[in-house]
Design a binder for this molecule. Structure first.
Ligand code: 0X9
Ligand code: ZN
Length: 431
């Protein structure tokens, strides 16, 4: 009975997507997911070692202290061992992915286009859109919903604005939250939806929430990469898909236009999980967010002052630059680095994450934070959410974790919003 209902829901969602995304059906089938991967734990105690691992081309899934968890295809395993680092096999990654969500066989569908049993609390694309529309219905005087353009497969990239006068462009500092650049990082969509709920439902009853909404304009983009996220769940078992769905699938977080491809922090090969694309902003999704952010320059002044890009997993708070391990570099002086790290550490004290400059994790080039900061002087952080632990469950915590792991960030987000108009205030400087 329940299985049948889910089947009907899946058909309805499929039909709905076809209507929403007319370009969808005409697209040539892009490269499919990988097979034959093995999970490994690699002991890599510093950024240099972790960057070396990333450069072998393996898929870096997460970091817990000195240990990186990676998924390697057979041809990559030689290079992984050739790093000279300690490598331990955790077995067949495909088998572990296939086991997720299979606890109740009567409640699963093959090709269900939806999350499996144990994960139905997560929002797929149609459910995310429905939730955003419901928010507009519930709070017409607090939010405005707009599309900032379409993904490669033609899905709208939605931005919800929260403001006490949402249809007016007020002269107030603006702040941006983006989620789901990486397809498989589904918990981040829930984080953006949590922020939306907190700052809309909470407005009438919570004085500090009201004060923040009254003094700012808050933009939330719950899914920057909806094509990848839908592809990750479309078969009924998770694919551990990271990139977008262009035929030459591109890592959105290596496709941004500052220091694109500069420093060995991304890959030029199409098959890599960190493929940077043929040129900066070759991905429609990064173009759309770039154009939206550029459009917030009003009278020569960027209105968006600060930004969090949500990822999973490893429980980290990261700040620029990612392309260099230097603490200061063109466009980032010692004072600014101090302001970044001070707010980063204070937010980490709220949620228990580990704060560090992003290149302390490993070198990345073409990441969103570096572009936001260099191009617009937007105080741009990456939050890597729950869990810290390794294994195939890393990207796929059960839906029972949604409430605890998103609410865990409430006080860090509140602190971020308090300083979002002028991050240097946290070190006693003015803007
Ligand atoms: O590699 C990434 O893009 C992020 N990690 S993830 O596991 N979610 O893929 C980290 C990005 C860190 N940001 C910068 N280095 N700027
Ligand atoms: Zn990510």
């Amino acid at each position: 009975m329940f299985t049948k209902r889910r089947g009907l829901v899946a058909v309805a969602i499929g039909a709905c997507l076809a209507l929403l995304a007319p370009a969808y059906t005409g697209v040539a089938e892009p490269a499919t997911a990988k097979t034959g991967r093995t999970l490994f734990e690699v002991t890599a105690p510093d950024s240099a070692a972790r960057t070396k691992v990333a450069r072998t081309g393996v898929d870096v899934l997460g970091q817990n202290k000195d240990v990186l968890t990676v998924a390697a295809e057979p041809f990559q395993q030689f290079a992984l061992r050739a790093t000279g680092l300690k490598v331990k096999s955790l077995g067949d990654y495909e088998a572990q992915l296939a086991a997720l969500g299979k606890s109740d066989f009567t409640d699963r569908e093959v090709g269900a286009l939806d999350f499996p049993s144990g994960y139905t609390g997560y929002h797929n694309y149609a459910e995310t859109v429905a939730e955003l529309n419901q928010t507009v219905t519930d709070h017409p005087n607090l939010v405005k919903l707009q599309s900032i353009g379409k993904s490669y497969e033609g899905r709208d990239l939605w931005a919800l604005k929260i403001s006490n006068s949402p249809n007016t462009d007020q002269a107030k500092p603006e702040v941006l939250f983006t989620c789901n650049q990486h397809a498989r990082e589904h918990l981040t969509v829930e984080m953006c939806l949590r922020i939306i709920k907190q700052y809309t439902d909470g407005y009438a009853t919570n004085a500090s929430i009201k004060a923040l909404v009254d003094s700012r304009e808050i933009w939330v983009v719950p899914s920057v990469n909806p094509d990848g996220a839908e592809y990750d769940i479309a078969s009924g078992s998770f694919r551990s898909w990271r990139k977008n769905r262009q035929p030459s699938a591109t890592d959105p977080n290596r496709n941004w236009g500052y220091k694109w491809g500069c420093c060995g922090g991304s890959s030029g090969s199409v098959s890599s999980e960190t493929y940077r694309g043929p040129s900066a902003f070759s991905a429609p999704e990064t173009q759309r967010v770039r154009d939206f952010v550029n459009s917030r320059v009003v009278g020569g002044v960027q209105q968006i002052k600060s930004h969090i890009d949500w990822h999973t997993y490893s429980e980290l708070i990261l700040w620029p630059y990612g392309y260099t391990t230097a603490d200061t570099a063109p466009g980032l002086d010692a004072n600014q680095a101090k302001a970044f790290s001070t707010l980063g550490k204070q937010m980490a004290a709220k949620n228990g994450y580990t704060p560090e400059q992003s290149s302390d994790l490993y070198i990345t080039d073409g990441s969103v934070n570096d572009w936001m900061w260099f191009q617009h002087k937007i105080w741009s952080y990456t939050f890597e959410m729950y869990p810290t632990s390794s294994g195939a469950g890393g990207f796929y915590p059960r839906d029972t974790q949604i409430a605890p792991q998103t609410s865990r960030n409430d006080s860090a987000v509140e602190l971020f919003l308090q300083y979002s108009d002028c991050v240097p205030r946290i070190i006693g400087q003015s803007c």
